[in-house]
Design a protein around this ligand. Structure first.
Ligand code: GLV
Length: 343
């Protein structure tokens, strides 16, 4: 067991205040640069760490958790999603898995609307046209897009981000239809004056929505949730938006569907084999491709940094307030105050 300060292995340079906050409590080690570490570098760096502070691009699997050893108390992810972490293995080892919910909700909803508008109004195509020098003046038929007003926004997954996207729909004159694993939202979760419709199932939503926006976490039940049959069930001129996790969409099926002329457009911020782009997508002009920047605003990244650092600190100190996704972690010495995690 370490005698001095606990060690935190940080996989990537995070914005302030993460380095300052973590530095007050931990002996920091790991990566102070902006290059992703290899799996081997992570495996070799974690032994003896009490905290691993990582990003969604780092795979924290059973081997990493085991290499870290008995001191490890927490894996603190600089993200709200946690599909990069083997939560089952962490839980078995008594390790908390913490995330940064809430602080990135509004930024991600804003980016989702940027994708919706860019796809509907062909913003990227227009930008490319002007830059290419081929813009010869106004035309009655230039880059005609899809009008959103009066249309149906279908939201798959009505968690924090799904609801934040839905709240903005009124501003664009769109009606909201949604699916939610645990059933319709309670009335108090729907803003006053709104009439968000609950779809009986995914296919009912796909058949009615003009824009389908995905906001589910990635797990075994959502991998390829949108594949060839679901794409075929969408309206021929609908738009598919994915700002959740790439593998929720079968991208080969999406590329083929678009190639055949079904769907108006797609807009993606995340990729099935990130950062590799599925062949066939990049050649299509009606696909907007962003580099996973849903939460990438200065203010939000700062709040995420603070949240990730505070999660790690609270976890090693046995304090409440850890945004843990596996609260059933059993008490293991020396975290004698584990009961307080169960708030
Ligand atoms: C971003 O994708 C996140 O999960 O925070």
């Amino acid at each position: 067991m370490s005698r001095g300060r606990p060690r935190a292995f940080v996989t990537r340079l995070l914005p302030e205040p993460a380095p300052s906050l973590l530095g007050e409590v931990f002996e920091l080690c790991g990566n102070l640069g902006d290059r992703p570490l290899t799996s081997r570098e992570i495996l070799e760096g974690v032994p003896g760490a009490s905290a691993i502070v990582c990003t969604l691009a780092d795979r924290i699997d059973a081997a990493v958790l085991s290499a870290a050893g008995a001191e490890l108390r927490v894996v603190s992810n600089f993200a709200v999603g946690f599909d990069n972490i083997d939560v089952t293995a962490a839980t078995k080892r008594g390790v908390l898995v913490a995330t940064t919910p809430d602080v990135l909700t509004e930024a991600t909803a804003e980016l989702t609307w940027a994708l919706i508008l860019a796809a509907a109004r062909r913003v990227v195509e227009g930008d490319a046209l002007v830059r290419s020098g081929r813009f010869t003046g106004w035309s009655p038929s230039l880059l005609l897009g899809k009008e959103l007003t009066g249309g149906v926004l279908g939201i798959v997954g009505m968690g924090r981000i799904g609801r934040a996207v839905a709240r903005r729909a009124a501003g664009f004159g769109m009606r909201v239809l949604y699916t939610r694993r645990s059933g319709p939202l309670p009335a108090e979760a729907v803003p006053g004056g709104e009439q968000w419709g609950f779809a009986a199932n995914l296919h009912a939503l796909l058949a009615s929505a003009d824009v389908v926006s995905l906001h589910v976490p990635l797990g075994p039940e959502t991998r390829h949730l949108i594949s060839a049959p679901e794409l075929a069930a969408m309206k021929w001129d609908a738009i598919l938006v994915n700002a959740a996790r790439g593998p929720v969409v079968d991208e080969a099926a999406l590329a083929e569907t678009l190639r055949q002329g079904h769907l108006f457009a797609a807009a993606l911020d995340v990729y099935e084999n990130e950062p590799v782009i599925t062949p066939g997508l990049e050649g299509l002009t009606n696909v907007v491709l962003l580099p996973h920047v849903g939460s990438a605003t200065v203010a939000t990244r700062r709040k995420m940094a603070e949240s990730a650092a505070r999660n790690a600190i609270a976890a090693v100190r046995g304090l409440p307030g850890v945004n843990a996704v596996n609260l059933q972690v059993p008490c293991v010495p020396p975290c004698a105050r584990v009961d307080q995690w169960r708030v």
